[in-house]
Design a protein around this ligand. Structure first.
Ligand SMILES: [Ca+2]
Length: 233
């Protein structure tokens, strides 16, 4: 190397550079003695002592965003969406630390017969907010808390005359109120305290589906915290 030459140091992925990135070849006071402005740095393994940041999950809310060992992150689906996978992820010690589970998925499903807790909630067409599929047959059972249940339609559009939402008041044997196409939507209030909603689609042509809010005059079960308790029922 000649006086004035500059070299640049770098480290491989997974290593961090300790020291100076550049060094210049210099002559000491025309003495004929040459030296580098600073020594070559050291590449030291990067110590990862946290879990990777977790992504947002579509149609879900996340509680906690810590990535420290022992940290817990909770996911909860937005109303109307069903979770597959784990709702709780814990950062486990290791080299490097890692999450004990993958984040869950929250989707609008087509249940065979889904029991909905008393209180209020949301019924979504399968795949919402995408179009529902063909050949669907889904049933939701909504139980009021001793009194009537009210349905309010936030959106509704199906293939008119082929894809139906039937609402049964009390049991699946009663005459249904039928919704198809883009009906005139008023709130529907049951006379009994249990409603069956059945959605069927035929083998072709789908549409945007529906978002229905339901309510009865009580709060739904709030559950209890992990590693904790709830007083009062
Ligand atoms: Ca259809």
């Amino acid at each position: 190397f000649s006086p004035g030459d500059v070299v640049v140091f770098s480290c491989d992925d997974g290593f961090e550079l300790i020291g100076e990135r550049n060094a210049t070849c210099r002559e000491a006071n025309n003495s004929g003695a040459y030296y580098w402005s600073n020594p070559a740095p050291v590449c030291q393994p990067v110590v990862v002592d946290t879990c990777p940041a977790l992504p947002d999950v579509v149609n879900a809310e996340r509680t906690g965003n810590g990535t420290a060992v022992g940290g817990v992150v909770l996911y909860q689906c937005e109303p109307g969406f069903t979770m597959t996978g784990a709702s709780s992820l814990t950062c486990l010690a290791g080299v490097p630390p890692s999450w004990d589970n993958s984040p869950p998925n929250c989707t609008a499903t087509c249940p065979v017969e889904e029991q909905r807790a008393a209180g209020s909630g949301v019924i979504l067409s399968p795949g919402y907010p995408e179009q529902y599929g063909t050949d669907q047959d889904c049933v939701w059972v909504i139980r009021g808390c001793g009194g009537p249940v009210t349905l309010s339609f936030r959106s509704f559009q199906t293939e008119d005359g082929y894809d139906f939402l039937n609402v049964y008041d009390g049991s699946l044997d009663t005459a249904a109120v039928e919704y198809s196409g883009q009906p005139d939507l008023k709130n529907y209030t049951s006379t009994t305290s249990v409603l069956y909603l059945q959605f069927t689609s035929d083998g072709s042509v789908t549409d945007s589906g529906f978002w229905i809010d339901y309510s009865s005059a009580c709060c739904s079960d709030p559950g209890a915290p992990l590693n904790g308790n709830r007083a009062g029922d």
